[in-house]
Design a protein around this ligand. Structure first.
Ligand SMILES: NC(=O)c1ccc[n+]([C@@H]2O[C@H](COP(=O)([O-])OP(=O)(O)OC[C@H]3O[C@@H](n4cnc5c(N)ncnc54)[C@H](O)[C@@H]3O)[C@@H](O)[C@H]2O)c1
Length: 542
């Protein structure tokens, strides 16, 4: 029979700790909640109260249950209060020296049979465990933010964790209504190993001025259905915590440059811009701890794209289903379409080229705007130059499948696109009832450039046998709130499509970490392309 943990200590009541206290107390476990001083304790208590009051206001918690929950929590300054706990979970800042010191201290204070757990996101649980005299009773218990909402807990066993400890902790997770996924001690475990490269890349895009913060977030939220965009998520995580996680991932994960924290992140942390908890990060909030945005100097002015008339006649350059699909959407919205076959594939020199090019230029002479409709692997500038009027050419990338269903359109400006053409494209998208974001002309634009490397990383993780497709899918859905796991998504999108985009991304930026995963390539070669061929990472019958 699994051991019952009756009293649990939680150390550190910040972004994660306060939520972890709530999870335990809500499920009938007595909690001793510990902070470093009185002020931090008051803040932790206020965090818990605010969260449970919100749950009551939303009808998710009875006022009587809230009161019972609070009655189960004892607040204290200092570790001495943990003398009788069965389990202690630490959620102090992500620093190895601090966690090792704290665990050594917990080892002295807590009863000999107590289990000690760390909520670390990226540090070595093994290194933390060996700071105690009971490494067999030390385990990683990695909750996700916000802890009361996210159902995943990664349960990390080291090479010395006793199997019965892991089993008891798994039973505890079930009692808390969580799904415990068992993993071994590797940097970032499942979810953060897949998440942080993506978050860092999003900061890089923003830092480079490739797209605005709102557009980066909208691309992922509306284009791929994620619960929030990467910069909003970073503000929620806390930029100091995110920075520490990236540093550790970089050091422990083989110096993959994608985990080298973007310089902007470090600057923001130094400047005290820590995200929601400090009231300002990538966005500005109404107060520290508030999730409500306050407008700031970067907030887009409503109607800024107004003034440019919506184009009436649009040239659609491209061939195949994507171009037909886009032309249909435009026609359905009452726009006149001049369809022109893609001249981009024609060799750059030779008399034949001149003929094709002259015809394209003639066909497009009378249109207000030229749209390049193609897969997200072709640079817009290649086609733009072939039209003879590159300033009027924009890429329109309908994100997430067919144009008819896509809610989000990426308006891609090449190095020659004029501001007027960008404005006209926005007007066009508004007329089509689509959200539009603007970005530069790089492989994958915003949404696919951020999504595909993550999918590729998931394939690498599977390939290395660190975890299973089911657990990786579960981790991303239950830990990060993604609508589908990476392998579900790859089977839906098509492995060949994913491989093509990832190959284009890697060609443009030949980072070793961006090279398409061999397993992805092999499955494509074997004809396992996903749902449409009856099988990809999983078999799909019927
Ligand atoms: N923020 C997230 O989204 C997230 C998600 C999962 C896991 N984590 C992990 O959880 C841990 C905590 O991160 P956070 O974001 O909640 O940090 P935080 O900075 O919001 O909170 C840390 C808290 O620990 C307290 N503290 C510091 N030293 C202490 C000590 N010696 N004794 C008692 N309390 C002490 C601080 O006063 C602070 O309230 C980290 O290991 C982090 O990697 C964070």
């Amino acid at each position: 029979m699994a051991r019952e943990f009756k009293t649990v200590g939680v150390v550190g009541l910040g972004t994660m700790g306060a939520g972890i206290v709530e999870v335990f107390a809500r499920n009938g476990v007595d909690v001793v909640a510990v902070e470093v001083d009185g002020a931090a304790l008051d803040k932790g208590r206020a965090n818990l109260t605010a969260s449970t009051d919100r749950a009551v206001a939303r009808g998710k918690l009875d006022p009587a249950d809230r009161d019972a929950l609070h009655a189960r929590v004892t607040f204290a300054v200092g570790l001495d209060a943990l003398r009788d706990v069965d389990l202690a979970v630490e959620a102090v800042p992500e620093r190895l020296d601090l966690k090792r010191r704290l665990l050594a201290e917990l080892d002295r204070v807590c009863p000999p049979g107590a289990v000690l757990a760390t909520n670390t996101s990226s540090l070595s649980v093994t290194e933390i465990a060996v700071a105690t005299e009971r490494p067999g009773q030390v385990i990683g218990l990695h909750f996700f933010n916000p802890a009361p909402v996210m159902r995943l807990v990664e349960v990390i066993s080291t090479v010395v964790t006793a199997p019965e400890v892991a089993r008891d902790v798994q039973s505890l997770c079930a009692r808390l209504g969580k799904v415990g996924v068992s993993v071994t001690d590797r940097a970032g475990f499942i979810a953060n190993a897949l998440l942080f490269g993506y978050l860092n890349q999003a900061i890089g895009m923003y830092e480079a001025g490739y797209a605005s913060r709102e557009d980066i977030d909208a691309a992922m939220q509306q284009g791929h259905g994620l619960p929030m965009g990467p910069l909003t998520l970073l503000d929620l995580i806390g930029l100091d915590t995110a920075y520490q996680v990236l540093e550790t991932m970089y050091q422990r994960g083989g110096h993959d440059r994608r985990h080298a924290a973007a310089p902007l992140l470090r600057q923001m942390v130094t400047a005290g811009l820590l995200g929601r908890k400090s009231g300002r990060g990538f966005y500005t909030y109404q107060a520290p701890g508030s999730s409500r945005l306050a407008p700031d100097e970067l907030t887009p002015v409503a109607g800024a794209e107004a003034g440019a008339p919506a184009p009436r006649t649009v040239g659609v350059v491209g061939s195949g289903t994507v171009a037909t699909d886009v032309a249909e959407v435009l026609t359905a919205a009452g726009v006149d379409v001049v369809a022109v076959a893609d001249p981009g594939g024609v060799p750059a020199a030779g008399p034949g080229d001149r003929v094709v090019r002259d015809r394209v230029v003639r066909d497009l002479a009378a249109v207000d705007l030229v749209v390049v409709a193609g897969p997200s692997t072709a640079p817009v500038i290649d086609v733009a130059m072939a039209t003879g009027r590159p300033a009027d050419v924009v890429g329109l990338h309908f994100v997430g499948g067919l144009a008819a269903q896509a809610r989000l359109v990426e308006v891609v400006r090449s190095v020659r696109t004029s501001p007027t053409a960008v404005r006209a494209a926005h007007q066009l998208c508004a007329a089509l009832g689509r959200t539009a974001v603007t970005c530069g002309d790089r492989a994958g634009f915003i949404a696919d450039a951020l999504l595909l490397p993550y999918l590729n990383d998931a394939v690498r993780m599977l390939e290395s046998n660190y975890s299973t497709a089911d657990d990786i899918d579960a981790a991303m859905k239950l830990g990060c709130g993604y609508p589908a796991g990476p392998f579900e998504l790859l089977d839906t999108v098509g492995l060949d499509v994913a491989l093509a985009v990832q190959t284009a991304i890697h060609r443009e930026l030949p980072e070793p970490g961006l090279a398409p995963a061999p397993l992805l390539r092999n499955l494509v070669t074997a004809g396992r392309l996903g749902r449409r061929t009856g099988g990809g990472f999983r078999d799909h019958v019927g």
